[in-house]
Design a protein. Structure first.
Length: 172
């Protein structure tokens, strides 16, 4: 892999801007925070007097990661500690906290595995019901099976998913 040469850190940020933004978004779960942090990374890179590092890309990833952590800490410390007695009316981000995003992604991976492990017909019925939002009657008609059979497949899929989540230590 050829290493790029940059005249300044700001130029490196401009080259890796979308990559850095995606990195911060994945770590925080917040697109708006990713925009803010990536922009702040550029501002800091533009104003620094530090020498050009040997690996500007790695340096920028570290800088963006640290700024993301600082932003998250700042947000958490501002909520609930304001001297204003009506601090609960302050605007907070509608984005979920990063730990909740990670937990949700882990649960989704567990559920994907549970659905993948279902028998083929059961998986198809469940995906039509939950994934496509079809009614039991529509599924029965489409697959030419009884509504009772559709009901049984959905019930089995739900039980298997709950069981898999329970084995992984998730409360459902």
């Amino acid at each position: 892999m050829t290493r790029r040469t940059f005249q300044s850190l700001a130029q490196a940020v401009e080259t890796y801007y979308e990559e850095l933004r995606h990195f911060v978004w994945q770590r925080t779960g917040s697109a708006s925070l990713a925009d803010d942090v990536t922009q702040e990374t550029w501002v800091r890179a533009s104003t620094t007097s530090a020498a050009m590092p040997d690996n500007p890309r790695a340096y920028l990833y570290r800088m963006a990661g640290n700024l993301a952590v600082d932003h998250v800490r700042r947000q958490r410390s501002q909520v609930g500690t304001a001297s204003d007695p009506d601090w609960t009316n302050q605007v907070t981000s509608p984005d979920p906290a990063p730990d909740r995003v990670v937990a949700a992604r882990q649960e989704l991976a567990i559920l994907n595995e549970a659905v993948r492990d279902l028998p083929e017909r059961c998986r198809l019925v469940f995906l039509l019901y939950r994934g496509r939002g079809l009614t039991m009657r529509q599924i029965a008609s489409q697959l030419r099976i009884s509504e009772k059979t559709v009901e049984k497949h959905i019930a089995r899929a739900m039980v298997d998913c709950r069981r898999k989540l329970g084995r992984e230590g998730r409360n459902v």
